[in-house]
Design a protein around this ligand. Structure first.
Ligand SMILES: [Ca+2]
Length: 245
């Protein structure tokens, strides 16, 4: 009985701790993340940002916290066409816009956040996003892939944990979505952030682990008490390998 009371009291105490208000978290652009220009990130290659003239151009570095572009500083617009004043669309649905960058030193990536916004009517939209890491020798491995058919209406914060990867070279791909207005085609990306932590609230907190550990211990204790009252068990021990099967 004393064990039961102890377990219940401990469980309620821990519940009181984890019931305390947790800091609210909402998706916001970060300017000190692993990939931010403020941390020394360097863009190595890109399919191209919108560039009609020196004063009417975007900059791919602006999706990493930069403010280089005279057109919409802080936001990257990928190219609409290959060259200024060329009215034939060189960017077709399915075209893969990309950017490659590296960090000063290898980092451990555990999550990312992509903030993008089209302009309605599928202007500046993409329908697939891929994130990859590289070995510096031109070999790329996928970290995250929405798969084809990804869609969002107007505004998206795409965020996800990833299997931790230690890398210095990264690549992002945005597949051109069909458009309904040919005056604005190239995807519009506000920010792409990388983090060495998992997204808050998506992994078990130590207190939660303590609850499950305590429940497990209590369950084992109560089961042992039942066995003592019920007499010896004749169950055949099962090996860990057999249990996994
Ligand atoms: Ca950033």
């Amino acid at each position: 009985m004393r064990c039961f009371v102890f377990c219940v009291a401990s469980f309620l105490a821990i519940l009181a701790v984890i019931a305390l208000p947790a800091p609210a978290w909402s998706a916001v652009d970060s300017y000190d993340d692993l990939w931010d220009m403020s941390q020394g990130t360097v863009v190595d290659a890109t399919s191209g940002a919108l560039h009609y003239s020196d004063s009417y151009r975007s900059d791919v570095r602006d999706m990493f916290g930069g403010t280089y572009a005279p057109l919409g500083a802080g936001v990257t617009l990928f190219k609409d066409y290959n060259s200024p004043y060329y009215q034939g669309g060189s960017v077709q649905p399915g075209y893969v816009h990309f950017v490659e960058w590296h960090t000063p030193d290898a980092v451990t990536l555990r999550s990312f956040m992509l903030h993008a916004q089209n302009e309605g009517m599928n202007r500046r939209a993409f329908n697939r996003f891929k994130l990859l890491w590289g070995d510096g020798a031109g070999n790329w491995t996928t970290i995250y892939d929405t798969g084809p058919g990804f869609s969002y209406y107007l505004h998206v914060y795409l965020e996800s944990n990833v299997a931790p990867v230690e890398a210095k070279f990264f690549r992002a791909e945005f597949t051109q979505a069909p458009w309904t207005d040919s005056r604005a085609i190239g995807p519009r990306v506000f920010e792409l952030d990388g983090f060495d932590t998992f997204l808050p609230g998506t992994v078990p907190e130590p207190t939660a682990l303590a609850v499950w550990g305590l429940l497990g211990a209590c369950g084992a204790g109560l089961a042992a008490r039942r066995r003592r009252h019920a007499g010896p068990s004749h169950a055949t021990p099962t090996s860990p390998v057999a249990r996994r099967r």
